[in-house]
Design a binder for this molecule. Structure first.
Ligand SMILES: [Zn+2]
Length: 148
């Protein structure tokens, strides 16, 4: 009987030790992704709500419950909000591809710069005949003029 109690107690202890560990693991692995998706979902939900309100405003105006002034003001307000959300959504969903594009541009620019400076560093022009010569050579390989 004591043995059984000991087993149950150790199992309870084990659960207390393991559960927080697995929870932490879960959090570390999944939260950033979930958070981003949640933000996008929230924005989509908000967009949906605002579009719903816009339809209601339109309906109420047609029913004669809203004056034209109120209708236009409300419509403008909600439309700018919807546009803001659409832009935010666009930015969020395109984040990664945008960063990739920028990185590619930087890489291209860097490799171009590297090539340019490498050729400028290793070669100069002979003042006599205009041929490209190695910066290290003391005489022009074409006309033989001294370069020092
Ligand atoms: Zn020369």
């Amino acid at each position: 009987m004591n043995f059984l109690i000991a087993i149950i107690l150790s199992m309870i202890l084990l659960i207390y030790v393991i559960v927080p560990l697995t929870e932490n693991k879960y959090k570390l692995a999944f939260v950033p992704f979930v958070k981003k998706n949640k933000k996008i979902k929230n924005l989509q939900k908000r967009k949906h709500e605002l579009l719903g309100v816009l339809k209601e405003i339109e309906f109420e105006y047609q029913m004669g419950k809203l004056s034209e002034q109120d209708y236009n003001d409300l419509k403008n307000d909600y439309q700018t909000n919807v546009l803001k959300i659409l832009k935010e959504l666009d930015r969020k969903t395109n984040d990664k591809s945008e960063i990739d594009d920028i990185e590619n541009e930087i890489r291209k620019y860097r490799s171009k710069k590297k090539n340019g400076s490498a050729s400028a560093k290793n070669f100069k022009y002979c003042p006599n005949c205009g041929k490209t010569v190695n910066t290290k050579s003391e005489f022009c390989t074409n006309c033989g003029k001294s370069l020092v």
